[in-house]
Design a protein around this ligand. Structure first.
Ligand code: NAP
Length: 315
């Protein structure tokens, strides 16, 4: 089969596209013919070695896929079923950037009827949004959340899910993305480049910083009593924490990574993702479409920070 893979950690130029042996599914694995994949920041961290995890080389890159079942040991799936997965390519599992994947049955979900391959663009981002909001930060009806970098992949999904769950959403984005943020459900949108931003933002119960900037000296004073900062981006960020302003608010910082989520949490997230896809609450914003042969270019684009919208590759 054709696959995009690396033979050692390195930069995007290390990605090769060529023949690898077809996967041989284990007794609890479903063989899937892949039709679409996408690039996440974490895929580039895993490829480069910045995010340490067990890998075997040649390592097929990529975490997410949409595809069609070829064969299944489990009754839950039949040949021809359209399916998706968002937890390949780490912790010993081969990735998704290949014609065929052997996917553990418990990590595979049915794609709702009428939903296109473009769903691949929200699988990682929306599952992250669900886990952060509801499993880690206990987001509740009537609370206010500030979403920094709300027009990005995860940010859009956080806005879409939080507004659907009855939170008031205050978003920051570049000025030209304000309309998109409103379409996602933001109640108010602020320009992230405004030097007076922190003076204009209201008190919030939750603060989600997708840009990983973590200006905690400015952010902690925005928190309500019991407020939570969700830390999920900014691998190298080393901010100064105003500890007195944190504890006198009973506030906390909740860190998480979807990579640590087990199959139970991922399964809950998948239910929400599927409901969001079939109702149109979760809408992908795709900026670039490429063939699998352009996998290295896709990683380069993702790392450049110049990608506007998600990158989807047709397999
Ligand atoms: N912990 C986890 O489980 C987990 C899961 C998924 C992703 N992540 C991490 O979360 C981050 C976001 O992922 P993503 O896929 O959503 O990336 P993305 O699509 O690139 O979004 C990043 C967003 O941050 C915005 N931004 C840039 N500078 C900003 C600033 N100064 N203030 C406010 N916003 C700013 C960007 O806006 P512009 O487009 O205008 O530059 C963009 O909208 C990445 O660091 C990723 O590694 C973590």
């Amino acid at each position: 089969m054709i696959a995009a893979y690396v033979t050692s950690p390195g930069d995007s130029s290390e990605i090769k596209v060529g023949q690898l042996p077809d996967p041989e599914p284990g007794p609890r694995e479903v063989l899937v013919k892949v039709s679409a994949v996408t690039v996440n920041h974490v895929d580039t961290f895993i490829r480069s070695g910045a995010y340490p995890t067990a890998l075997s080389y040649p390592f097929v890159i990529g975490r997410d896929l949409v595809g069609t079942v070829v064969s299944s040991p489990a009754d839950r799936f039949a040949p021809g079923d359209r399916v998706w997965c968002n937890s390949l390519g780490h912790d010993g599992r081969q990735g998704s950037f290949s014609e065929y994947c052997a996917v553990p049955e418990e990590r595979l979900y049915r794609l709702p009827d009428g939903v296109s391959d473009d769903a691949v663009a929200v699988l990682h981002t929306a599952a992250t949004a669900y886990l952060g909001l509801f499993e880690h930060a206990g987001a509740g009806y009537g609370e206010t959340i500030a979403v920094f970098g709300a027009a990005g992949g995860v940010g859009s999904a956080v806005v879409q899910l939080a507004s659907t769950a009855g939170l008031r959403v205050v978003a920051t984005a570049r000025a030209e993305d304000a309309e998109w943020c409103r379409e996602c459900g933001a109640d108010e949108v602020f320009d992230y480049a405004d030097p007076d931003l922190y003076r204009k933002l209201p008190v919030v119960d939750l603060l989600w910083d997708n840009a990983g900037r973590h200006d905690l000296l400015s952010a902690v004073p925005l928190l309500s009593r019991g407020g939570r900062i969700i830390a999920m981006a900014g691998m190298d960020s080393k901010p100064t924490l105003p500890i007195g302003e944190l504890y006198t608010r009973d506030a906390s910082i909740r860190g998480f990574a979807i990579s640590n989520a087990g199959v139970t949490a991922l399964g809950s997230a998948a239910r929400v993702v599927n409901r969001g896809l079939s109702t149109g609450i979760l809408r992908p914003r795709i900026g670039t479409r490429l063939p699998l042969a352009a996998a290295a270019e896709a990683h380069r684009l993702q790392e450049s920070g110049q990608a506007r919208g998600r990158i989807v590759l047709e397999v």
